[in-house]
Design a protein. Structure first.
Length: 83
């Protein structure tokens, strides 16, 4: 599976979790000790974001990484890779 798609999925899940917790990007950035721009990059699944930024955001959301088998991408996910 393409690593860009994996990061995109992770970013989407992080964004959903943030919204479900009622946090703004700015408040999550403060909790994680990052800039708002870095949180935006994490939520977009930007390829140049360091793993420590993902870890800090997940920690601020009281979440952790889990390794699970990958699923086939949806048509929407495939289309987003070409935007």
């Amino acid at each position: 599976m393409d690593y860009a798609l994996l990061l995109s999925r992770l970013g989407h899940q992080i964004r959903e979790r943030r919204i479900n917790r009622g946090l703004t990007q700015a408040s999550l950035a403060e909790l994680a000790g990052l800039t708002r721009q870095k949180v935006i990059a994490v939520e977009k699944g930007t390829l140049t974001v360091a793993m420590i930024a993902y870890a800090r955001v997940l920690g601020a959301l009281d979440c952790e990484f889990a390794v699970i088998p990958a699923t086939m991408p949806t048509l929407e996910e495939l289309g987003a890779l070409f935007e």
